[in-house]
Design a protein around this ligand. Structure first.
Ligand SMILES: *[C@@H]1O[C@H](CO)[C@@H](O)[C@H](O)[C@H]1NC(C)=O
Ligand SMILES: *[C@@H]1O[C@H](CO)[C@@H](O)[C@H](O)[C@H]1NC(C)=O
Ligand SMILES: *[C@@H]1O[C@H](CO)[C@@H](O)[C@H](O)[C@H]1NC(C)=O
Ligand SMILES: *[C@@H]1O[C@H](CO)[C@@H](O)[C@H](O)[C@H]1NC(C)=O
Ligand SMILES: *[C@@H]1O[C@H](CO)[C@@H](O)[C@H](O)[C@H]1NC(C)=O
Ligand SMILES: *[C@@H]1O[C@H](CO)[C@@H](O)[C@H](O)[C@H]1NC(C)=O
Ligand SMILES: *[C@@H]1O[C@H](CO)[C@@H](O)[C@H](O)[C@H]1NC(C)=O
Length: 357
């Protein structure tokens, strides 16, 4: 069994492929086509399965790579540049996400301008464990900040969303201060669950926040440390589970923070952005500075079955602890009792039993 497990570890290695190392239990799951899945379970505390699954994989898009698009110049202040790659016009992308363009906020100092030219598909380096990744870029011009944002076409009500990413160092092996990477759900400023990296803060932490429901509501925010020795210029999987009445943040499969304060209750869009507005939160980027991030994949499991007519029937699949990231595995067909969530307990129960025999 040890040999089989190590083989699986090698075969399924990716920069963010931490699930298998922690669980290593995929051989317990019956084999079946994941296209049969009608409900999805995630690891952790969610008892209620999700109804939908999307895996946006940017790791094998060699046909779509471009060299880095030209920097946005100070004349390009209306943000109407077109997408940089036919990938962003393909249904694989367009059916799920929209890249924003145009002026976002003329009143911030500096104003922010979305540009589709700040999102592109790049060839990865030899140490990245993939052929390609998606790059997002923000740059500071004299009179405005050129930023990048994509937002889900559909709203979701509850989700487990994950992103495998890193902040790229510049040619001086540093990262310019003043930018914010946001991976979040958004309905309004009081209905929002965030994962945020601030490049002016510690390189070893990200911020987890449920934006306050009101100025008197208890805060739901913390700085979460990356695993020992890691910083956000290393690949890591950031995850937030927005559940009913509770939000749980993970970094590489480890719980980093959880709260029941200010949990959003309204259907929201899933968003990735990279920005700076000169405010007290982001700080300012120096004129001429740029910040880039690389994204290998975004995994989204969304809409829970709570109180809905489909209520929990159908083939259940596990999203976590699977053989291949992005390929949910069947763990339960309708009516069966064993679940993936129970499987680790069962496994360790057996191990303990054997130790006592
Ligand atoms: C890339 O394009 C070639 C030629 O059109 C095609 O044969 C191949 O399947 C494509 N590869 C991917 C990964 O889409
Ligand atoms: C994407 O689609 C738009 C609208 O159809 C088109 O103008 C543009 O040239 C396309 N871009 C690429 C890179 O395929
Ligand atoms: C998910 O839930 C939201 C909010 O109820 C709804 O607008 C959306 O259509 C749902 N998506 C799917 C695929 O059912
Ligand atoms: C790297 O450092 C040099 C010397 O300080 C500076 O001139 C250059 O602009 C820096 N490059 C970047 C990308 O920040
Ligand atoms: C997170 O860290 C920042 C910068 O060190 C600090 O200002 C902020 O208060 C911290 N937030 C929490 C909730 O501890
Ligand atoms: C972040 O980690 C990389 C190695 O993974 C290291 O080269 C770099 O110096 C670290 N940066 C900081 C600010 O700790
Ligand atoms: C950022 O710079 C602008 C002027 O360009 C200034 O108004 C603003 O106060 C600065 N923000 C911070 C946080 O220093």
């Amino acid at each position: 069994m040890a040999t089989v497990t190590s083989l699986l570890l090698v075969l399924s290695w990716t920069a963010c492929g931490v699930s298998l190392q922690r669980h290593g239990l995929s051989h317990l799951n019956p084999r079946a086509e994941s296209t049969d899945c009608s409900l999805y379970q995630v690891s952790g505390q969610s008892a209620t399965p999700f109804e939908n699954y999307r895996f946006m994989d940017f790791r094998s898009l060699s046909n779509y790579t471009t060299s880095e698009p030209a920097q946005i110049t100070s004349r390009q202040d209306s943000g109407d540049e077109t997408v940089t790659s036919p990938y962003f016009n393909s249904s694989a992308f367009e059916d799920v996400f929209q890249i924003l363009s145009g002026v976002k906020n003329p009143d911030s100092h500096p104003p922010m301008v979305y540009s589709a030219q700040n999102a592109y598909i790049s060839a990865a380096g030899s140490a990245d464990g993939s052929d390609t990744y998606m790059t997002f870029r923000t740059s500071r011009n004299q009179d405005f900040q050129s930023i990048a944002q994509m937002r889900s076409i559909e709203n979701v009500l509850h989700a487990s969303m994950r992103i495998c990413m890193k902040v790229l160092e510049d040619s001086n092996d540093t990262v310019a201060a003043g930018a914010v990477v946001g991976f979040f759900t958004y309905e309004s400023d009081t209905q929002e669950t965030d994962i945020e990296i601030l490049t002016r803060r510690s390189h070893h932490q990200f911020q987890a926040t449920n934006q306050p429901v009101s100025s008197t509501a208890p805060p739901g925010t913390a700085n979460v440390s990356l695993p020992t020795g890691k910083n956000w210029t290393d690949w890591a999987e950031y995850r937030v589970d927005w559940l009913k009445g509770q939000t749980i943040w993970y970094i590489n499969d480890q719980v980093g923070y959880q709260t029941t304060n200010s949990v959003p209750t309204e259907a929201s869009a899933l968003t990735l952005n990279l920005w700076s507005n000169g405010g007290s939160f982001s700080g300012n980027m120096s004129v001429g500075a740029q910040v880039r991030i690389a994204v290998q994949y975004i995994e989204m499991v969304y809409n829970t079955t709570d109180g809905q007519t489909s209520g929990g029937s159908g083939t259940q699949c596990s999203v976590d602890g699977v053989k291949t990231k992005g390929e949910p595995q069947v763990v339960q067909t309708s009516g069966a009792v064993t679940t993936c969530i129970a499987a680790p307990g069962l496994f360790f129960g057996l191990v303990i039993l054997l130790l006592y025999l």
